[in-house]
Design a protein. Structure first.
Length: 434
């Protein structure tokens, strides 16, 4: 009787304790892979950020075993999607009760999703999360990676003079738009562009949405007064309103205009009470993609690898799909059923999906919002299709189109991932591939 082949041991360092980094760490740790997450901040980010996760991202949350916890925490499955004139009149819409799909949109504030991911990750014996650990440099040779870190111990958060070095088989940069890992690989090279505008994300309570019968997700089309308004899951009865400001304004000027802009944008202002502004955050938006997502044993994912505007909910969603695919690749290597050549496939496929799907769709979505509504009805093929066939089939078609970011990396290698994330043994050959 042949002896069992010993399971290989690999260690992965993930830089960045945002949602994508934590999701990747959870996937790997549940497989038994030793994983260390390094985060420069002293605690998780609580600023207004993502609130809605598209079908492809929800698919990754489900198979990672966290979707049920998100729903229990108050996660909302939005009903209805409407495009509107500035007056609030409906321009085009999807029905409130579309044909059911396996993984629709789910909403919960990102800070709550991060809490859930941290809870589950800290329960894994092979995982460690270290806040206040700033990555200074990343090195590698053919067999090993080294990560030089500094501890934020000074009164102003500066790195201590004493530095330490960690080693791992692979390093994954999930450290966001200003990624240190990406800069170690490519310097300031991050091809693409920055939009000449500010986006302002506001969490607000306002009865006018329900009084005026607005859907759970709404897009107002106008050259300057465009906005997105969506009901947010969770216990606080919040709506997320996101609108644009001229790129020539300062951040302080954007902040000073929040109340004025909301009064102009929100429905029912003449008939209901003033909105309760809970929090807000102005930020710049970009369309950028790193030159490569793999250089030897160092990899990039999510915002460290690519950026897009949030209209359409594909920013964080595509990051979740990045790490879902990357975790499958690393698990295949760990099990000895794939070589590290599969990481070249990760690089080419994920960069291709960004360029051919995510970048194009999100750019078109934002340009549509910033157009003149009357002209959009006549010229925009997407809106024309919705207006001609607004039934539940259109909703299902849109949901399926948003799954174009998913790719099965196990299909070619025919390896089986024990999907402890779902409690099943799931052949990668049976995973959705679009």
């Amino acid at each position: 009787m042949a002896e069992d082949t010993p399971t290989p041991t690999i260690k992965v360092i993930i830089v960045g304790a945002g949602p994508s980094g934590l999701l990747l760490a959870l996937n790997l740790a549940r497989e038994g892979i030793v994983v260390r997450v390094l985060e420069s901040a002293s605690s998780p980010d609580t600023r207004p950020r993502a609130t809605h996760y598209g079908p492809a991202g929800v698919y990754e949350l489900r198979r990672s075993g966290v979707l049920d916890a998100i729903i229990r925490r108050g996660g909302l499955r939005p009903s209805g999607l409407t495009w509107r004139f500035p007056s609030g009149e409906v321009l085009a819409e999807l029905p409130k009760n579309p044909i059911p799909t396996a993984d629709g949109v789910v909403s919960l504030p990102l800070n709550l999703v991060v809490e859930i991911l941290l809870e589950k990750l800290r329960a894994q014996p092979t995982a460690e999360v270290s806040f206040g650990h700033r990555v200074l440099q990343v090195y590698q040779d053919d067999n090993t990676t080294w990560v030089e870190i500094g501890m934020d111990t000074g009164p102003n958060g500066e790195c201590a003079v004493d530095k330490s070095t960690l080693t791992a088989d692979y390093v994954v940069g999930c450290d966001g738009a200003s990624s240190t890992v990406r800069r170690c690989l490519f310097g300031d090279s991050f091809p693409g562009f920055t939009w000449d505008l500010w986006l302002v994300a506001v969490n607000v309570r306002h009865p006018g949405f329900d009084v005026m019968g607005w859907s759970d997700i709404n897009f107002v089309i106008h050259p300057t007064e465009w906005c997105m308004a969506a009901r947010v899951g969770g216990p606080n009865g919040l709506w997320r309103v996101t609108y644009g400001e001229d790129g020539g304004l300062s951040q302080d000027e954007c902040v000073a205009r929040v109340a004025e802009r909301l009064r102009a944008a929100l429905p029912g202002q003449s008939t209901v009470e003033e909105p309760d502004i809970v929090s807000f955050s102005p930020y710049r938006i970009h369309q950028r993609c790193a030159p490569q997502f793999r250089v030897g044993r160092i990899l990039l994912a999510a915002d460290a690898a690519h950026l897009c505007n949030p209209m359409g909910g594909m920013g964080l969603t595509s990051g979740m799909v990045d790490v879902g695919g990357l975790s499958d690749c690393l698990i295949g290597i760990y099990r000895g059923v794939a070589t590290d050549e599969i990481l070249d496939k990760y690089n080419s496929v994920r960069r291709g999906i960004y360029k051919n799907v995510v970048d194009r769709i999100t750019t078109a979505n934002l340009k549509r919002l910033m157009s003149e509504a009357g002209a959009a009805i006549e010229k925009d093929e997407f809106l024309k299709a919705l207006r001609s066939a607004p039934g539940p089939e259109s909703a299902a078609m849109l949901a399926n189109a948003l799954r174009l970011t998913v790719h099965s990396f196990g299909r070619k290698h025919s390896f089986v991932v024990v999907d402890v994330r779902c409690g099943n043994n799931t052949s990668q050959q049976n995973r959705t591939q679009q």
